[in-house]
Write a protein that binds this ligand. Structure first.
Ligand SMILES: [Zn+2]
Length: 294
């Protein structure tokens, strides 16, 4: 979608005129979500979100200005966002405009194409050291890690930096790889991207049980809920570990910025399927606790 279409979507979503407005032809996400609210739930309760998985990479910067992406976050009701970008400049540009919203995470990728090579690229360590701003960056990631890579020298040095600087490692990895990462150093804190993407609630729960330093974000995990109702296994896991999960979306391609408002509304729908304190913890509180300034 071009910038004009994005702006149109923002304006449309922000529009408060009634649905009888003749200029309004498309259904609004907010109205669609409200129709599915169970009777008795307050339609005006728009729970604040902390999005634990946002990128503002070079391709997105070419499409959307800082003001435009901040407008999307505002419209989605995202009060804070964990942002990492390829390269890091995008994160810092966004942070400098909105330090109250953006929590920077330092990504080990200088450009696209380093997803599969960074773990064996010794220059990554010097790059991270050169970009790192103490007190600004709160984590290292999001990085991709395959099974068997956690013990590579570059990864071990990145883990050591995270432990030394008290940074969270934001890892996109399957269960085996994230467990290997947790085992590199017993002090390392890990934010597991996408709850492992394809891992089951049982697998995620097993790792959470074993590793108190593991927290999990739910970006792109559309399988946790359908039609606004949580999957029973995920719901049980959220109730068993209400302090370990975070909301997230993942703007991994520029087009994802056009989906954030709808993603927020559909998350609010399934969050209402939880006790209010658990919903607020997943929506905002857990990320705030983990990433709040020291
Ligand atoms: Zn991502």
């Amino acid at each position: 979608m071009k910038r004009g279409a994005l702006l149109a979507a923002i304006v449309l979503a922000a529009c408060t005129t009634s649905s009888t407005d003749p200029q309004s032809t498309a259904p609004r996400a907010t109205e669609t979500a409200r129709r599915s609210v169970p009777a008795g739930a307050p339609a005006t309760d728009r729970i604040a979100l902390f999005d634990a998985h946002v990128h503002y990479s070079a391709d997105a910067r070419q499409r959307f200005t800082i003001d435009e992406v901040l407008a999307v976050l505002r419209e989605a009701g995202v009060r804070r966002a964990l942002v990492s970008s390829t390269p890091d400049d995008g994160t810092i540009a966004l942070y400098e405009r909105a330090p109250d919203i953006v929590i920077p995470v330092l990504r080990p990728y200088r450009g696209p194409g380093e997803i599969g090579t960074w773990t064996r690229d010794g220059t990554v360590v010097a790059y991270l050291a050169s970009r790192y701003r103490p007190g600004v960056h709160r984590g290292i990631g999001e990085f991709h890690l395959s099974p068997g890579e956690a013990d590579l020298p570059v990864v071990r040095q990145v883990v050591a930096m995270a432990v030394r600087e008290d940074l969270v490692l934001h890892a996109h990895a399957e269960a085996r790889a994230v467990e290997e990462l947790l085992r590199v150093d017993a002090r390392a804190r890990v934010l597991w991207a996408h709850a492992g993407m394809g891992e089951s609630a049982a697998t995620v729960g097993g790792l959470i049980d074993r590793y108190p330093r593991l927290v999990v974000e739910l970006a792109l995990r559309s399988d946790v809920a359908s039609d606004g109702r949580l999957d029973p296994a995920w719901r049980a896991l959220f109730l068993r570990h209400p302090d370990r999960f975070m909301y997230g979306t993942d703007t991994w391609v520029p087009e994802r910025w056009n989906a954030l408002v709808d993603a927020a509304e559909s998350a609010r729908t399934w969050l209402r399927d939880l006790p209010e304190d658990v919903a607020r913890a997943i929506a905002y509180g857990n990320a705030e606790r983990v990433f709040a300034a020291p």
